[in-house]
Design a protein around this ligand. Structure first.
Ligand code: MSP
Length: 641
């Protein structure tokens, strides 16, 4: 069994958590869940960074102590992780005793061994980033990392001899291609190391900043917040305290955003080297979630609040979107439109549709129990192909997790879902159901169910709640799937009663007023009536719907809407008014004179205050819509049957 130790950055508690923090933590959670699924002994650490100038200032502004301030501001982070179903094994706060004492012991040890010395500091400081810069490092006189103003500082301080490790670090990075990922971030660090590396100022005089861990050999100083923070990765797992727990070191992956590359790929490795500890196996820097193509910031007012998204779309939809919507390493733009469109296509249409189709077919044709397949169900070409697609998806996903191409692996799983939908279309179980011999029908349903079992197992680490519900509906555990079962054929037990899940992912629509609506009539999740045994209707039922031809006399847009038209039609001798959501597809003028088909006995309803006395028929797929019209001459009011 291999071991896997993953960390997130520890977040500053002076901000409320936003989508960026949520992203790193969800990603670490998804990776942890996959590794646990693969059978790796997994340990997942997250936490908060609670010292430093910004916290001291924020607390002073509020008139509370820094400790009181952080005790309050840590709560939204912990609540968000709970809501997001994050399965961290530990949450470390840098104000905890267990962390502070280790930082002090490390400092004392490095000082005793001459790795830390006292000197004069003269340079520039970026308060928001809590980082020092030399004159040369500034960009147009501003912070080279964030572009904000810097302040000049001259004072006595303690320094860590970081410069002594420059050559060693360059060689280490070059010899260990997996150490900094993706490759372009490795090159960025090597670029940074082309310039002479300075020693690292690791203290702050208490006269300027008192909120930090006291330097053990000089009580006039506290520890620089980054030196303090980076140590969390080892203090949390028992460094200098618990040898057994500390066997987890080195970390398999420090997951970070690209903003904190230098601190993790230069400061931290040199600190570890000075301590005589092995290096983490990899430091992976992901990209930024942008809002309107720009960095999120409070001042621009474009910060995306994860809590609001979760309340609107659900935890699993949020987790799925952030994981599948970002190519690992690169930036991604967040918009509600992209969120909704991916949700509707992948989750509501592909996955939700497959689930509801299967459960309806099994309910109405197999007494709501998992059917028994024919003797050698994988003998048929299509069945064999579908199962091969499933096993390939398992391999591809595992490979994508191990090589940090998660978005790619997920696409393969969605490919399996689509292939299963295609398989059903090909086999047409709604027709097989009409045959005397039910064995082919049962085989089709069983094979599709097995494919859905594999897909839902592979998606469980991303959407544990919804996939748990789906899997338990056909008798599997809602908890972590068993890895060995993912590639094993025939795990679903015939005869297991099926329980109803209801729509897993109701389709989302953006309404006129910009609000999002989950449609209860979930069109996409219903199999077309003619395809689905459960949806078959009798002739009597059909004859209740009175379809008539009608001629369009006039058409105009309904004020304050973008998609509604008011039509006047003649149906025989009768004049009627219809409201139709077709303004995005037709100009009013091009409709006049057309003969269309309407449902004549539809109960009148008011739409945006305008009465609609019937409903026209149209074919709609994706982004296109065309009206049902009459081919040739036919008087209006004629019955359509
Ligand atoms: N406290 C330091 C980290 C110390 S680690 C030893 C810090 N904290 S932070 O609160 O600013 O969090 C930074 C991290 O949050 C980023 O590295 C990234 O993981 C995440 N994100 C913050 N904003 C982000 C985006 N807009 N997009 C994606 N993730 C970003 O730096």
């Amino acid at each position: 069994m291999s071991s896997y130790y993953i960390t997130t950055p520890i977040y500053y508690v002076n901000d409320r958590p936003h989508i960026g923090h949520a992203y790193t933590t969800v990603l670490a959670d998804v990776l942890s869940r996959y590794h646990r699924l693969f059978g790796d002994e997994t340990y997942f650490l997250t936490g908060t960074d609670e010292h430093g100038q910004k916290v001291q200032e924020a607390a002073a502004d509020r008139g509370v102590t820094p400790q009181q301030h952080t005790d309050e501001t840590v709560v939204p982070f912990q609540e968000l992780w709970k809501k997001l179903e994050i399965t961290h094994d530990d949450f470390i706060r840098t104000t905890e005793e267990r962390h502070q004492v280790i930082v002090q012991e490390i400092l004392q040890d490095l000082y005793d061994r001459g790795e830390i010395y006292k000197g004069e500091y003269d340079g520039w400081y970026c308060v928001p980033d809590e980082r020092f810069f030399t004159e040369k490092e500034l960009k147009d006189g501003k912070c080279p990392e964030c572009g904000r103003d810097v302040v000049q500082i001259t004072e006595s301080n303690y320094f860590f001899k970081m410069s002594a490790y420059q050559d060693w670090l360059i060689e280490y990075i070059e010899k260990n291609p997996e150490f900094i990922q993706p490759e372009y971030r490795k090159n960025e660090t090597l670029g940074f190391l082309r310039k002479p590396l300075q020693d690292l100022c690791i203290s702050r005089p208490k006269s300027r900043l008192s909120w930090g861990i006291e330097i053990p050999f000089d009580s006039d100083f506290v520890t620089y917040v980054w030196f303090d923070a980076l140590v969390n990765y080892i203090s949390a797992i028992g460094y200098r305290r618990d040898e057994k727990a500390f066997a987890r070191w080195p970390a398999s992956c420090h997951l970070i955003g690209k903003d904190i590359l230098t601190t993790h790929t230069v400061y931290w490795p040199t600190m570890l080297q000075a301590m005589g500890l092995p290096q983490p196996k990899s430091i992976f820097a992901h990209g930024w979630w942008l809002s309107d193509q720009t960095k999120m910031s409070k001042s621009l007012g474009n910060v995306v609040d994860p809590m609001a998204l979760i309340d609107l779309y659900g935890v699993d939809a949020f987790r799925y979107y952030v994981i599948s919507g970002m190519v690992l390493g690169q930036d991604a733009n967040f918009t509600s439109e992209l969120f909704i469109s991916r949700y509707n296509s992948d989750l509501a249409n592909d996955l939700g549709n497959l689930n509801s189709r299967l459960s309806k077919l099994i309910s109405s044709n197999c007494d709501a129990k998992v059917p028994e397949p024919e003797e050698d169900p994988l003998a048929g070409g299509e069945e064999k192909d579908l199962w091969a697609t499933a096993t390939t998806a398992v391999e591809a996903l595992e490979d994508s997790v191990r090589h940090m191409h998660l978005d790619h692996g997920l696409q393969q799983v969605l490919g399996l879902v689509r292939a299963t939908n295609r398989y059903l279309e090909l086999k047409a179980p709604w027709n097989q159901a009409k045959e005397e011999d039910k064995r082919p029908l049962h085989t089709t349903l069983y094979v599709a169910l097995e494919a859905l079992r594999v897909a839902s197992g592979l998606l469980w680490p991303v959407m544990p709640e919804r996939m748990g519900t789906l899997r338990s509906s056909f008798g599997l555990s809602a908890e972590r799937p068993d890895h060995a079962c993912l590639t094993r054929w025939g795990v679903t037990v015939s005869g297991t009663p099926l329980t109803k899940t209801g729509p897993l992912f109701p389709r989302l629509q953006i309404k006129e007023d910009g609000k999002v609506e989950t449609s209860s009539d979930v069109k996409s999740e219903k199999a077309p009536p003619d395809e689905d045994g459960a949806g078959l209707i009798t002739f009597d039922e059909f004859s209740k719907v009175q379809l008539r031809t009608a001629k369009i006399l006039s058409a105009e847009k309904i004020e304050d809407t973008t998609h509604l038209l008011r039509l006047e039609v003649m149906m025989g001798e009768e004049r009627r008014q219809l409201v139709a959501g077709i303004a995005m597809f037709y100009e009013p003028d091009e409709l006049i004179g057309n003969s269309i088909v309407i449902v004549a006995n539809m109960k009148p309803a008011k739409i945006r205050g305008v009465e609609s006395q019937g409903m026209l028929l149209a074919a709609k797929k994706g982004e296109s819509l065309r009206l049902l019209t009459i081919d040739g001459e036919m008087s209006s009011g004629a019955a359509v049957s």
